[in-house]
Design a binder for this molecule. Structure first.
Ligand code: ZN
Length: 501
């Protein structure tokens, strides 16, 4: 292996004194043990990433570049730690998240494990859509023992290593409390998904008309705004509120709208956050009707909120890790009206739980006229587990057997209709058949919802039963994982009608 100091000497004539990072190309970068796309020069320094002993490292030619590390043979060896990630975002701004919801097509790819970023970046180099790379809910952070810093840092290093300059977003996903919104914004997250579900009343639908009338506080302003009006919002869509509907919508969504307005005022108006705001009303007991969607959007905007996206709950079921369950014709008809409402007000429709919803993607792409945000998350974990089934069948068998015992506990967190009796028994499958489990919905959901328990499961001596072995395997088979992601997320984008560059 050639020495890093030789590479630095070789590159010295090309050194860049300016503040904008310039990418350098070296034909035989691999002979130096250097990641070929990671070689950059900025502010008199040469920086590149190398494969260290068990971990990637950053090599910096200058001592005064701001990176922390130890000096060796005329350069600085830096770990990919929190502090150095923050310095990297300052020195190479393309490694910092930007707002992407204003782009026509944006696509969230949660990477719970911190191993998918490279594969994801390669996908979005190829497709005409912008990724939201860091996208984690507080629940996902808890289950994986990660922080928002970890999640963002992973993407920063991946962007640097691959010289990814197209831009990516970072989403504080499904945040429910002001303190969590503040936490994400302070770290530079560029999108806030406000989860208003705890402020949405799920019981109103079951109330009788008399009960609704008794609970409703007359509101002259709202009645003047909505009652007896025809809202002709174009494209053949005309919406009208009856008194009964208006009362029910106010009872159901009134508090959620107040909550969204408060958060927006605090952080986006007073705090002038440089981030996109999404209101999510998808985690409710019943689907959002187009009329309810219109009411929520109309009220938000009237009260000064500028949402970049709104996530209604669509008809049918969006269960984790499997295709859409429901009536496709009804979905298409309602999606058309949802999309017209969004176009009328000037924000995008956001589709949550978008992992593997292949049968509805053509409708989403068509009705939104190619202007949408789609979020996926768990499917990247499933592809990682499929890789395990492909390359280490005995480890997969161990984990699968454990997941069967943990399944019941995991259902506390997720709404799924998994039938474990339909999951083929492991001892009836040859090693070569194991990856086919990932074509079977019940097996997919079994592995999908038990991810936190699998990762955290401990041996009697306190060591992790699977986690360390899994990460080692994923590290060794990075290229195969990236290929799986390209194919799988690519299939999502193809069906949504996203073209390739
Ligand atoms: Zn959601």
């Amino acid at each position: 292996m050639k020495h890093y100091s030789e590479l630095i000497e070789l590159l010295r004539p090309q050194i860049n004194m300016g503040p904008d990072p310039v990418t350098l190309h070296v034909d035989n970068a691999e002979e130096y043990g250097v990641y070929p796309n990671s070689i950059h020069t900025v502010k008199k320094a040469i920086l590149f990433m190398v494969k260290g002993d068990g971990e990637d490292l950053l090599i910096v030619s200058n001592y005064d570049s701001g990176f922390a590390g130890w000096i060796k043979d005329g350069y600085v060896v830096c770990q990919l730690c929190k502090r150095n990630a923050a310095t990297m975002r300052r020195i190479c701004p393309f490694t910092k998240p930007v707002r992407v919801l204003g782009k026509e097509r944006s696509f969230g790819v949660g990477d719970r494990l911190g191993i998918a970023s490279e594969g994801h970046l390669a996908i979005f180099e190829k497709y005409d859509a912008y990724p939201v790379m860091a996208q984690q809910s507080i629940r996902e952070l808890d289950l994986t023992n990660r922080t928002y810093e970890d999640v963002l840092d992973c993407v920063t290093w991946a962007a640097f290593k691959n010289d990814y300059r197209k831009g990516f977003g970072a989403d504080g996903d499904h945040l429910k409390r002001a303190q969590d919104v503040k936490y994400a914004l302070d770290l530079g997250y560029t999108m806030i998904t406000l989860d208003c579900s705890e402020h949405i009343r799920n019981d109103v639908e079951a109330l009788s008309d008399a009960q609704v009338a008794a609970q409703y506080t007359p509101n002259a302003q709202l009645e003047a705004l909505y009652l007896g009006k025809k809202f002709d919002i174009g494209e053949g869509v005309v919406l009208e509120f009856g008194k009964e509907e208006l009362m029910r919508d106010v009872l159901t969504y009134g508090e959620a709208i107040d909550f969204a307005v408060d958060i927006y005022n605090e952080f986006f108006v007073k705090g002038a956050a440089d981030a996109d705001f999404e209101m999510s009303i998808d985690e409710t007991a019943t689907p959002t009707t187009p009329l309810q969607h219109f009411f929520v959007a109309s009220e938000l905007i009237r009260r000064g909120v500028k949402p970049a996206t709104i996530a209604p709950r669509f008809c049918g079921e969006f269960q984790k890790g499997v295709d859409y369950i429901g009536n496709l014709e009804q979905f298409d008809a309602e999606m058309q009206v949802h999309a017209v409402i969004a176009r009328h007000f000037g924000y995008k429709i956001s589709v949550h739980s978008g992992s593997d919803k292949f049968s509805v993607f053509p409708s989403v792409g068509k009705q939104t006229q190619g202007v949408f945000h789609v979020k996926t998350a768990g499917t990247n974990w499933l592809e990682a587990m499929k890789l395990v089934a492909m390359v280490d069948p005995s480890l997969y068998r161990e984990i699968h057997a454990y997941a069967l015992t943990a399944f019941h506990e995991a259902t506390a967190y997720y709404h799924v209709t998994t039938d474990l009796n339909k999951v083929p028994a492991l001892d009836t499958l040859t090693d070569a058949q194991l990856p086919e489990l990932f074509n079977q919905n019940d097996a997919r959901q079994l592995i999908h919802i038990t991810y936190g328990l699998i990762l955290n499961h401990k041996n009697p001596d306190g060591s992790f039963a699977f986690k360390d072995r899994l990460y080692k395997l994923w590290q060794q088979h990075r290229a195969e994982y990236n290929d799986l992601l390209m194919k799988h997320i690519g299939r999502h984008l193809d069906l949504l009608g996203v073209s390739k560059n």
